[in-house]
Each structure stands twice: as structure tokens, then as C-alpha cells.
Design a protein around this ligand. Structure first.
Ligand SMILES: Cc1cc2nc3c(=O)[nH]c(=O)nc-3n(C[C@H](O)[C@H](O)[C@H](O)COP(=O)(O)OP(=O)(O)OC[C@H]3O[C@@H](n4cnc5c(N)ncnc54)[C@H](O)[C@@H]3O)c2cc1C
Length: 414
């Protein structure tokens, strides 16, 4: 007989887990998925493209309803799980229903951080996490509307680009001295700032937000240095926080995220966490690839195999048309590494490769990112680079036969 498996959260990690598990151990589990958002699981990564009007809302859907039905998944959409009883092995839903489980997976994702500024609750202060957030932005984003985006990381810049495309006058306000400081070095961040300014997006660095001004709705953002940026709309994209409240309430171990071991198991037996809500070896990931890798490892574990998750490599692409940005691995260059640099400021091209002991450890590409996946494969596979070192910084086409990279997954399977 199938065991009851309940997944809380109907996001990208949950959908991938169902896909992997129903393929690897068909019939072993009777799966229920509880999601508070009203729709089927969707591709959150594409929200930036939706905001930039490069795709339609229907393009977000990860799997059609029939896909879930074929796998006999009990989908509970538009309902929040608000309590877990790990002794009785029950999940309670808002409104009173309960779901018993033999195995429970928490895949509750993250929530955007709302800066506790005076005036932050005024109409016109939005965040950027869900389909509903994008709909609210698109509703307001009219020609000549003034928008301020707080946060010059990946999400903030993608929000700024989408709003700019909708005709708004956009300024990005960032606390740090450079954009995307977690992915870019100073040189590439400076070039990115110029590229965004060329698109007509204003950038204020070293700028601390102090208060949202306005009476009933937003009128502007006051900075700590006294400057006021007039605004009809403010988007807070100043970071995310793992959604761990449910786990905390159930007395599971939580630091920043829900603490899991190498099997993705929490401190409670048969309770697991994957995706952005999980904290593994002190790291909470804010990207989808680690969530997918965790789903793959947990699938093996749930299928009765031995598998361990040892962490993920971080790699990011900025989705702003015409401004290629890619960053992966150790892009800063820890002690013991050496950089290889190529810069063509005139063409807006910058490449920094970080080499450690004859292997590629990290990369930053700005302008031309056509070889991004190839560099990523090189980092992942840890393939020696000596045979292609002369051409490495110029890209794959300059490395001849040496450019073939062993597939890390096949190598792992072998
Ligand atoms: C605009 C945008 C652009 C992005 N771009 C990229 C990118 O380019 N590359 C990249 O790698 N990543 C990107 N990300 C991040 C990526 O979307 C996430 O890493 C990924 O969605 C994580 O999947 P998850 O399943 O852990 O969380 P989510 O996809 O957030 O899913 C969690 C779900 O759980 C639900 N939930 C939470 N608590 C409960 C509860 N108690 N009961 C019921 N349901 C609950 C939530 O409502 C949500 O639907 C982007 C994110 C955003 C917002």
C-alpha cells in the first residue's frame, strides 16, 4: 500500500520533487501537496520576464492540471498549512482540515523582506515574489509614473527593468557601494551600472532608505542623507527570508532556515525540508538550481536509496534584455587562486575567470554571456584546464577539442 507523503508548499521545489519521485518510485507514495497560492505550481524565475512583458501569464505554468491528475496527486491549492503535529504526524490546514502523513516535506520557500520603514504600509509599496505582486506592479506601471526600487541585487534590477519597459521613470536605491555585490566584483558592477544608466534607469549607491513619504499613498522615498526621491510606486527588493514559521511552531530546529542534514531531514524523524526554506550546512540558497538538486537527492532517499546532498554551486544570470550578466562559483578569488581578465570597455565586455590548481573555480561575464554554460560545466566538472588555458578567456570556440567537458552527472552516475 502507498504511504502518505504530504508536501507543504506548492512551488518550484515541490513540483520538481513530485516529478522526480513519481518517476523513480511510482506508486510508492500517495502524495498530497498543500499550497497557499491559488494557482498550480508556476515558474517563479519567469516572473521577471512576465513583468517585462516578454511572456504571457500562461507561460508560467510548470505542469498542466492533467499532469498532476495522472500522478494522482491530491492538490490542495489556496490553503495554508498552519500547524504540524510531529508526534501524531498530522498537518493542520487553515479552516480546520487535517492531513495525516507518514513522510512530510516542507517546501515553503522564502518571503521578501519588508523594510520596517515609517510609511512602509502605504498603498503603492510593493514586493516582488508572487504572481499577485507582478499583477499589482503591472496595474500601476504607467507611462511617466515614477518608481523607486529599493535593492540593487538580481531581483531589484529585474524589477527596475520591467518597470522601465512599462514606461516608468525608475531609480534603483542600493545600500552598498556597488550593484549585485554578491555576484560581481567592483569592475563588472561598475560596468553594469553604466549599462543600466544607458537604458535610462537611475542608480543611487551608498543610499540608505529612511522613510516612505506620503499621506494615503506613496509620494516619495526619503534617504538617510536627507535626499527625497519622488515616487508613485516603491518596490522593496531588499532580500528574502526563509519561511520557517511553521517549522518553528512545530519545535523543529531553525536557524535562518529549517536545519536539515545531508539527507535533507530535519531534526524530526520523517520530516524533511528542501528549497529556499531549508538551511543545509549553514547555507540557505536563494536560487532554483540548489532546490532542484535537493529534490533529486531527497527523491533517492525516499525511494529507499542512499544519497547525500553536499551543497550546491551558486550561479546567476541577470534577466535584463541587452545586458548580459553571469556569475558563478568563487568570482572574487580566494587566497591561492589567480584571475584571468579580459576587458573591452568600448564594447561593454568583461570576463574574469578565477583559476585554482589548474581548475576553473569561478567566473564573471559581462556583455557577452554566450559561453556561460560552458564555463559553468567547467567549474562543476572540475576538469583540468591546462590544455585549453591559452584560449580559455576567449571562450569555447578558441579551445578546440580541449573544450569538451565531461558531464558531471554522468561522471557521478559512473
Ligand atoms: C522575480 C524572481 C526572479 C527569480 N529569478 C531567479 C533566477 O533567475 N534564477 C534562480 O535560480 N532563481 C531565481 N529566483 C528564485 C527562485 O524562484 C526560487 O529559488 C525558487 O522558486 C525556490 O523554490 P521553492 O519551492 O523553495 O520556493 P517557492 O517557489 O517560493 O515555493 C514555495 C511555495 O510555498 C508556499 N507556502 C509557504 N508556506 C506555506 C504554508 N504554510 N502552507 C501552504 N503553502 C505555503 C508559498 O506560497 C509558495 O507558493 C527568482 C525569484 C523571483 C521572485
Amino acid at each position: 500500500m502507498s504511504q502518505a507523503l504530504v508536501i507543504v508548499g506548492n512551488g518550484m521545489a515541490a513540483a520538481r520533487l513530485v516529478e522526480e519521485l513519481t518517476a523513480r518510485a511510482p506508486g510508492r507514495y500517495a502524495i498530497s501537496v498543500v499550497g497557499e497560492e491559488p494557482s498550480l505550481a508556476y515558474n517563479r524565475v519567469l516572473l521577471s520576464s512576465l513583468l517585462a512583458r516578454e511572456i504571457e501569464d500562461s507561460d508560467l505554468e510548470l505542469k498542466p492540471r492533467s499532469w498532476w491528475e495522472e500522478r494522482r496527486v491530491n492538490l490542495v491549492c489556496g490553503r495554508q498549512a498552519n500547524n504540524i503535529d510531529v508526534r501524531q504526524r498530522i498537518v493542520r490546514l487553515r479552516g480546520g482540515a487535517t492531513l495525516p502523513y507518514a513522510k512530510l516535506v516542507l517546501a515553503t520557500g522564502s518571503e521578501p523582506i519588508r523594510l520596517p520603514l515609517p510609511g512602509a504600509d502605504l498603498a503603492g509599496v510593493l514586493t516582488f515574489r508572487t504572481r499577485t505582486d507582478v499583477a499589482a506592479m503591472l496595474l500601476r506601471a504607467k507611462a511617466r509614473m515614477r518608481a523607486v526600487v529599493i535593492g540593487g541585487g538580481l531581483l531589484g534590477l529585474e524589477a527596475a527593468f520591467g518597470l522601465k519597459k512599462a514606461g516608468a521613470e525608475v531609480t534603483v536605491v542600493h545600500l552598498m557601494d556597488r550593484l549585485m555585490e554578491r555576484q560581481l566584483d567592483a569592475r563588472s558592477a561598475g560596468m553594469l551600472k553604466s549599462a543600466l544608466e544607458d537604458l535610462g534607469i537611475g542608480v543611487c549607491l551608498n543610499a540608505e532608505s529612511a522613510a516612505v513619504q506620503g499621506r494615503r499613498k506613496v509620494g516619495g522615498l526619503r534617504l538617510a542623507d536627507g535626499r527625497v526621491l519622488e515616487a508613485d510606486l516603491i518596490v522593496m527588493a531588499a532580500g528574502i527570508r526563509p519561511r520557517a514559521g511553521l517549522a518553528r511552531l512545530a519545535a523543529l530546529e531553525v536557524n535562518r532556515g529549517i536545519v536539515v542534514d545531508d539527507r535533507l531531514q530535519t531534526c524530526a524523524p520523517d520530516v524533511y525540508a528542501i528549497g529556499e526554506c531549508a538551511e543545509h550546512r549553514g547555507v540557505c540558497y536563494g536560487l532554483v538550481e540548489p532546490a532542484y538538486e535537493q529534490a533529486r537527492i531527497l527523491t533517492r532517499h525516499l525511494a529507499g536509496e542512499t544519497a547525500r546532498y553536499t551543497g550546491s554551486l551558486l550561479a546567476t544570470n541577470l534577466k535584463v534584455s541587452g545586458v548580459g550578466v553571469f556569475s558563478a562559483g568563487d568570482f572574487q578569488g580566494a587566497p591561492g587562486t589567480e584571475p584571468i581578465l579580459l576587458t573591452d570597455a568600448e564594447r561593454g565586455i568583461y570576463r574574469k575567470l578565477v583559476v585554482k590548481e589548474d581548475r576553473l573555480a569561478g567566473a564573471v561575464l559581462l556583455g557577452d554571456t554566450a559561453d556561460a554554460l560552458w564555463y559553468l560545466d567547467l567549474i562543476r566538472s572540475r576538469a583540468p584546464i591546462s590544455a585549453m588555458r591559452d584560449g580559455l578567456v576567449f571562450g569555447r570556440a578558441f579551445c578546440g577539442a580541449a573544450a569538451e567537458v565531461p558531464d558531471p552527472l554522468q561522471a557521478e552516475a559512473a
